[in-house]
Design a protein around this ligand. Structure first.
Ligand code: NCD
Length: 304
């Protein structure tokens, strides 16, 4: 019985996670048949700004042959007082089978899924989860190292407000990576330490043992100004710059989900670094989203 939704990575078993990564790699080498999602109607319901995720889903949907409708932010009747449940019922009545949604409220896709008689894919909800971003990040690690298990992955920055960090922690732990979170107490409370997850305040101390460093944007729009550290302090302690790049091991890579803020979490030196993998991450996003769409509609393909 295929999964009904992808709301966060804890919706997937370890073998399903591995399957999606394998399937995405297959699609990378052999483009999928254009009829994998023939006659499947997908609505992209994005209530928050998005460049990468929105376009990547749209391309993925086209490549697997889905019928696509994008509902621009502000155009849905949710703004006229229609409830989430009524929106879900309305879309299902038109034969929509998949809703891909992004929303500033944590939990929005879960509420949508309760009333929607189809599949919901979470493309980012508040500070809660962003499962397809974490999947594409793990695909990038696999492409680089041939595995995720045993890698030391260091996530740096505004962990508290980051849905990317939260979903990555779930996925990386499930696949056996060693995870270190780095940031100031205001952006990374002690309480975020979980089994298999270490908290570190000193970035310079962890860089030499990192296989991958994931930089995160300070999510200004989700932060009360009182907890925002001064950007100068932040940059001094956590910005990846020319000096810190030299502390990395020769095989280490640097990742960022985008959008990045030059001068805050990184300097332009990072763009010239041999291990900068931002473009690969973006490219992997299309394959992983094709794999997710295919998996929700067709289940596990025996030809994978
Ligand atoms: C992230 C997001 O929107 O959650 N970007 C993305 O989807 N690639 C990260 C961010 O906004 O900082």
């Amino acid at each position: 019985m295929p999964a009904r939704n992808l709301l966060d990575l804890d919706d997937l078993s370890g073998s399903e996670l591995t399957y999606l990564l394998d399937r995405a790699r297959t699609f990378h080498t052999t483009p999928p048949r254009r009829d994998l999602l023939r006659d499947v109607c997908v609505v992209n319901l994005f209530f928050e700004a998005s460049t990468r995720t929105f376009v990547s889903f749209a391309i993925a949907e086209q490549r697997v042959g889905a019928d696509i409708v994008a509902l621009p932010p502000g155009s849905s009747s949710l703004g006229k007082g229609e409830t989430i449940a009524d929106t879900a019922i309305t879309l299902a009545a038109m034969g929509v089978q998949i809703i891909v949604t992004r929303h500033p409220e944590s939990g929005f896709p879960y509420r949508l899924a309760e009333s929607f008689d189809g599949h919901v894919i979470n493309a980012g909800d508040g500070r809660h989860a962003h499962p397809t971003q974490a999947l594409l990040d793990m695909l990038t690690l696999q492409a680089e190292f041939g595995r995720v298990e045993g890698l030391h992955v260091v996530l740096v920055g505004d962990i508290l407000h980051s849905r990317v960090a939260r979903s990555n922690v779930l996925g990386l732990r499930a696949l056996g990576a060693q995870v270190t979170l780095v940031g100031p107490p205001t952006l990374l409370p002690e309480a975020m330490a979980l089994e298999g997850v270490r908290i570190e305040r000193d970035l310079d101390a962890v860089l030499p043992t990192a296989d991958a460093v994931m930089l995160l944007r300070i999510q200004q729009e989700r932060i009360a100004s009182a907890v925002l550290p001064s950007l100068d302090d932040y940059a001094r302690n956590y910005r990846l710059d020319a000096r810190r790049l030299t502390a990395l091991a020769p095989q280490a890579i640097v990742m960022h989900p985008g959008p990045y803020n030059r001068g805050v979490e990184l300097t332009e030196d990072v763009f010239a670094f041999r291990g900068w993998r931002y473009a690969q991450q973006v490219s992997h996003g299309v394959y992983i989203r094709m794999a997710v769409l295919d998996f929700l509609i067709n289940g596990v393909s025996v030809r994978a």
